[in-house]
Design a binder for this molecule. Structure first.
Ligand SMILES: Cc1cc2nc3c(=O)[nH]c(=O)nc-3n(C[C@H](O)[C@H](O)[C@H](O)COP(=O)(O)O)c2cc1C
Length: 373
């Protein structure tokens, strides 16, 4: 059996294989962030397609941290019922699911939230909106909000949570010297820049206990001048692992990183794939918890090599599953053709417009074929 289809476990969470659906904003919640039937169907289809672990779309822990339209919310207790239905649908198809807990910080949308975006520091020319530098009270409230969101995830039956500290969102901003210019004990040295993370992990653990999987997604580097660099990222990962994080998903880049964005386009050859593989290997040699690699993985040959060579323990993908929710089952059945995803990022179009996520290219191809018939 391919190493990719071996069952494993992360802090007691049983996984039928090593494939992860990386967090994906589906834009299928209601405007208030509540789960809908189309969102449940989307995740059930993914679980039915064989993926071992689904990470939910980023769910905002406070309204002020909301980034996009029809984004999932986990900020109020009345969300638990809908979330439970979503979790049950995934479990019914044999999958596991963790909730991605998020705050988008400076990239929150004030027109949507009604609040100025919160950020570690006011940084010029990043957004057009006025930003509020977080006070120590804001930080304490945010730490508590992550803790309460994890309690809700556990109450809804999620198999665990993933803290979003990648892609320039709030926690990634704290780690990054580009975004974080603070002079108090949350800024400056790495030990200070990682403090809010450690407090969040503690706050989550207080509520959910030590036998509940707590994962984190983080940047291996920001790829912007003055941003987070790999050495500091790896050191931060060690501190997080020592504080009880159970697995780390390695990504990189921000909305300001140009061609080095987290969601790179034009992946056509195997050499373009797995663009954070070397970074993941550096994390793996520094920590003894599982490492999950995301970013441009498109073929099973590359995926197998990554795990066999011990660059990472799990293979995480986002865009390939938008086009082919059944990709894992297809590969498992022996059809080893690479993912059909073109990495053209057209999938963002309908999501941003509030119409919900789908593969625009596949839809165009279907329409063309039906016209030719
Ligand atoms: C439509 C879309 C929505 C995304 N939403 C999230 C999200 O909610 N949280 C997150 O951490 N990353 C998000 N990402 C980034 C992916 O999880 C992943 O890191 C990135 O797409 C690279 O992986 P891929 O090459 O397999 O697509 C999103 C990406 C896309 C295309």
């Amino acid at each position: 059996m391919s190493i990719l289809f071996q069952p494993t476990a992360i802090n007691g969470m049983h996984l039928r294989n090593r494939f992860v659906r990386s967090a994906t904003w589906e834009g299928l919640a209601t405007e208030e962030g509540v789960v809908t039937d189309p969102l449940i169907d989307t995740l059930a289809r993914l679980a039915d397609g064989g993926v071992g672990l689904i990470v939910s779309g980023h769910a905002y822990v406070t309204k002020q941290g909301q980034a996009g339209c029809r984004q999932l919310g986990i900020n109020e207790d009345d969300r638990v019922g809908g979330l439970r239905k979503m979790v049950d649908a995934v479990h019914a198809k044999g999958g596991a699911i963790v909730a991605q807990l998020a705050h988008s910080g400076i990239f929150a949308d004030p027109d949507r939230t009604g609040y100025p975006p919160l950020a570690p520091s006011r940084v010029e020319k990043v957004t057009q909106h006025p930003v509020r530098e977080m006070s120590e009270t804001d930080i304490r409230d945010t730490v508590a909000a992550f803790g309460r969101a994890a309690d809700r995830a556990q109450a809804a039956g999620f198999d665990g949570v993933q803290v979003h500290s990648a892609h320039g969102y709030l926690l990634s901003q704290f780690l990054s010297p580009f975004f974080n210019h603070r002079h108090d004990h949350y800024g400056g040295e790495l030990e200070n820049r990682v403090r809010i993370h450690l407090e969040i992990i503690e706050s989550i653990r207080e509520g959910v206990g030590k036998n509940y999987p707590v994962l984190i997604k983080m940047n291996a580097g920001d790829f912007i001048d003055g941003g987070l660099e790999r050495d500091d990222a790896v050191l931060a990962a060690r501190m997080l692992a020592a504080r009880g994080v159970d697995a780390i998903e390695v990504s990189g880049g921000t909305a300001l990183s140009g061609r080095k964005s987290p969601i790179r386009m034009g992946i056509r050859r195997q050499a373009d794939e797995a663009y954070f593989k070397d970074a993941a290997a550096a994390f793996k040699s520094a920590v003894d918890i599982p490492v999950i690699l995301v970013g441009g993985i498109r073929s099973i040959d590359v995926a197998e090599k990554i795990v066999a060579e011990k660059s990472a323990d799990y293979i995480s993908m986002c865009r390939p599953f938008i086009r082919e929710p059944g990709l894992v089952k297809r590969w498992q059945s022996g059809d080893r053709t690479p993912a059909a995803c073109r990495s053209d990022n057209l999938c963002f179009g309908p999501t941003r417009e509030g119409r919900g996520l789908y593969c625009v290219t596949a839809e165009r191809e279907r329409k063309k074929q039906s016209r030719q018939r």
